[in-house]
Write a protein that binds this ligand. Structure first.
Ligand code: TXA
Ligand code: MG
Length: 341
């Protein structure tokens, strides 16, 4: 049995049709392809084929009550899979697709129940990535694609991270370089009268509400074993192997001193900074400063968390980003990464 999946380099802007055809053949045969999107790499398979969907769940080690999302090439294709296409869905699709927004709508019977874990709604989006769009078009059917990581681990933003995380469980990985948005899409449930943001993303609550008006509150966070419609809300998720400590900026000087002491005592310790600058003359197992621009921070966040893993950090001290709306999705991911197992 092979242990390493095949990774092929593909131009992110003008993907080679021969490589796309190869990847489409893998998916048509029931296989799994590591697919770049603008957010994170997805683990793509035929969304209309229950056996392919079962392979995704197995590869991720994901509980079968955690729904997957479908990826299509345009809003028209999305409508064809939806039992209802509310005005809100149309308005959001027109404003944000292709882009990092997933809409939860009611599904037609042709969408297998296993795709959405038996719910009568399902998630769907049009990714803003030439490789993903070309692959969807070459297949001619929607692609189910959760983030291409093991359940609860950090989503991959490079092809190499997909390979390290999933190994031979994925048949082929299209390597289009690092993704640009860097964290998963905003998930908005538009299946009932009041829209609800189920997972924050870089399309902010404010910009969603500018289109559809006030959004409702999502139901309370759920337990890992509970069958619930919004497992993006599972508390421990997006977590590196290190113990993550998320600290207000005022606590960072003391934390940095503690981190230094840990390194000296032989504990692999990393530092993830936002606005603070790295102290001089100190050496950490891993350190990164992602800066005060939320878009750039998001683009670098998962790469940094994967790096902390590669350096085998046991402890990771993270400076909490500002408590303003444009940082909501980032603070959400950091809180989940810091949640005790
Ligand atoms: O950016 C993204 O959305 C990436 C890329 C690959 O497209 N995909 C992704 O998929 O993050 P996944 O499966 O890791 O996350 C999908 C989220 C989960 O939180 C899931 O619970 C939620 O969408 N979701 C899917 N269908 C749903 C439904 N019918 N009701 C409520 N939540 C749903
Ligand atoms: Mg995921």
């Amino acid at each position: 049995m092979s242990t390493a999946p095949e990774i092929v380099a593909i131009d992110p802007i003008l993907p080679d049709p021969a490589l796309i055809a190869r990847a489409a053949a893998v998916i048509r045969a029931g296989g799994l392809v590591g697919m770049p999107t603008e957010t994170v790499y997805g683990l793509a398979a035929n969304a209309l084929d229950p056996a392919s969907i079962a392979r995704i769940y197995a590869a991720k080690g994901r509980p079968s009550h955690n729904p997957l999302i479908a990826h299509v090439a345009d809003a028209h294709s999305a409508r064809q899979l939806a039992a209802e296409w509310p005005i809100m869905a149309q308005a959001l699709a027109e404003r944000f697709w292709p882009g990092p927004l997933t809409l939860v709508v009611r599904r037609k019977a042709m969408v297998p129940a296993v795709l959405s874990a038996g719910l009568d709604t399902f998630g769907i989006r049009v990714p803003n990535h030439p490789v993903a769009l070309a692959l969807i078009r070459a297949c001619g059917f929607p692609l189910a694609a959760p983030s291409a990581n093991k359940f609860t681990e950090v989503s991959p933003v490079t092809a190499q991270q997909v390979a390290r995380g999933l190994g031979a469980a994925v048949d082929l990985i299209l390597d289009a370089g690092r993704t640009t948005v860097g964290i998963e899409s905003t998930v908005v449930d538009v299946s009932s009268a009041t829209p609800v943001i189920l997972r924050p993303g870089m399309i902010s609550r404010e910009s969603i509400e500018a289109i559809v008006g006030p959004t409702g509150r999502a139901s309370t966070p759920i337990r890992m074993d509970a069958a619930r419609p919004a497992p993006g809300m599972i508390a421990r998720h997006y977590a590196p192997r290190a113990h993550v400590r998320l600290l207000p900026v005022l606590d960072m000087p003391a934390a940095i001193a503690e981190a230094e002491a840990l390194v000296k005592s032989g504990t692999a310790t990393g530092l993830l900074l936002c606005t603070l600058h790295l102290p001089r003359d100190t050496v950490f197992t891993f350190s990164s400063r992602l800066g005060d621009d939320p878009d750039l921070y998001a683009a670098g966040l998962y790469d940094a968390l994967h790096m902390a893993d590669e350096y085998h950090c046991d402890e990771l001290f993270v400076e909490e980003p500002p408590a303003t709306p444009e940082w909501d999705a980032i603070r959400d991911r950091l809180k989940r990464a810091a949640h005790p197992a």
